[in-house]
Design a protein around this ligand. Structure first.
Ligand SMILES: [Zn+2]
Ligand SMILES: [Zn+2]
Length: 193
């Protein structure tokens, strides 16, 4: 029997699988509009933000409200936002605070929450009274509990060779056809538990 290895799976490959779930285009359009407003807010405060090539909802992003991914080759940035922040029950300001938080990561020395990020955050506080912190609770962003909870793990797989455990909460190409995937550590086959 011949098996075509299509893709190996590691827990950190969540991002690629998120392509499986369609995010309504209108949500990403709203993000683009909010991004432009946030860039203006930073600009008015004299903060020089980096170039953002894309902002989008990542439906699998649960452990953070947003994140900023920097292309190490050309220095541009991509921002991903937790979809809970786009729910109608969540104030626009919570979304903007998150986008501005991520924009502060695009300034010079802005990675982490030290130097560049801290200076930009202090500046926004001085100019607008805007409080940015390294991490915000759901309460601070007025995100209802029902939206902020981690989804239950519904699918668990184990590598038959190295024992790596892979957990998923949503249906995806991988979950539906695990036999077409191999362990990202060792190339072993994955068995569903
Ligand atoms: Zn941050
Ligand atoms: Zn393995």
């Amino acid at each position: 029997m011949t098996i075509t290895i299509i893709q190996t799976v590691l827990p950190i490959f969540l991002e690629e699988e998120s392509q499986d779930k369609e995010v309504p285009a209108i949500l990403n359009q709203r993000l683009e509009k909010s991004l432009r407003e946030c860039e203006m807010i930073c600009d008015h405060a004299g903060i020089k933000t980096g170039k953002i090539t894309e902002i989008r909802v990542n439906p699998l992003l649960r452990s953070a409200w947003g994140r900023c991914i920097t292309d190490r080759i050309n220095g541009t940035h991509r921002i991903e936002i937790n979809e809970a922040l786009l729910d109608n029950s969540v104030p626009e300001l919570s979304l903007k605070r998150t986008i501005i938080h991520e924009l502060c990561h695009t300034v010079k020395d802005g990675h982490g929450h030290k130097k560049g990020w801290r200076e930009a955050a202090d500046r926004l506080k001085k100019v607008y009274g805007l409080q940015l912190s390294p991490a915000n609770s759901a309460e601070e962003l007025s995100v209802p509990r029902s939206l902020s909870q981690e989804p239950a793990i519904r699918y668990v797989f184990r590598c038959a060779d190295c024992g790596q455990i892979i957990q998923r909460s949503r249906r995806s190409k991988f979950v539906e056809n695990p036999e077409r995937y191999r362990c990202g550590n060792c190339g072993g086959t994955l068995e569903q538990l």
